[in-house]
Design a protein around this ligand. Structure first.
Ligand SMILES: C[S@@+](CC[C@H](N)C(=O)[O-])C[C@H]1O[C@@H](n2cnc3c(N)ncnc32)[C@H](O)[C@@H]1O
Length: 215
């Protein structure tokens, strides 16, 4: 954990940004362009993540941060939900080309996109889908520390709830350059942030989702 305590930009993020920029240049604003295998999987992740809104009084307008937003697919999904019709959405991404693609594609006064690796404005809900999956050549231990540092930085910028997903360590077929995380370790970590933490791992993807709520 010590290594990332006073981090500026970890050196490996530049390479990761470059991979995603190249991806969107080659495959366009599609699930493949953000390294997802299918549109169904991408949408199912969004459906699971918004489960955090259940049983919470949603403020109006509700503010939403999408950390690692890619080309803004989650905005499309959220904008169809009646309870979020008055949202203020901000998508953050380290890839300049992803942010450019999102701005080109989405012209909605509720949406803003920013090239950044950190969130500096608090929102009611923070969503993170797939952002911690690609680690390239970084070893597991420093990557695990980096993810925890990042979540720790997201939490004070989250007024009501944070929902994030990661690939599951228990999965037998593991792709190269990807990070597979232990759900128990991250549940323990998130329990230090809040007493209200839930694990969702009963959906048909090789991953899990954690909800961290403030109350
Ligand atoms: C697998 S893609 C998913 C994109 C989007 N969430 C979706 O589901 O369509 C992960 C995205 O996270 C971005 N990303 C990775 N690390 C990041 C970081 N530290 N800060 C901001 N964005 C990051 C990548 O550039 C990439 O666009």
């Amino acid at each position: 954990m010590k290594f990332f305590r006073n981090w500026g930009q970890p050196p490996f993020l530049k390479d990761i940004a470059e991979v995603f920029s190249r991806r969107v240049r080659s495959f366009g604003e599609t699930p493949t362009g953000v390294l997802w295998k299918s549109s169904e999987g991408q949408q199912l992740r969004f459906e699971i993540l918004v489960g955090i809104l259940a049983d919470i009084k949603i403020p109006e307008p509700v503010s939403i941060s999408d950390f690692g937003c890619g080309y803004g697919a989650m905005f499309d999904f959220l904008s169809d939900l009646p309870e979020l019709s008055k949202m203020i959405y901000t998508g953050y991404d380290i890839s300049e080309e992803m942010i450019h693609a999102a701005w080109q594609r989405i012209h909605d006064p509720r949406a803003t996109f920013t090239e950044a690796m950190k969130i500096d404005r608090a929102a009611d809900f923070t969503f993170v889908s797939g952002t911690y999956n690609l680690k390239l050549l970084v070893e597991d231990e420093p990557w695990n520390d980096y993810v925890k540092s990042s979540l720790k930085a997201l939490w004070p910028m989250t007024k009501k709830g944070l929902a994030f997903n990661m690939l599951d360590k228990e999965h037998p077929d593991q792709g190269e350059g990807l990070y597979y995380a232990d759900a128990g370790t991250f549940m323990d970590f998130c329990s230090e942030l809040s007493d209200n933490v839930a694990l969702i791992d009963d959906y048909p993807l090789n991953e899990w989702t954690i909800f961290v709520r403030r109350d």
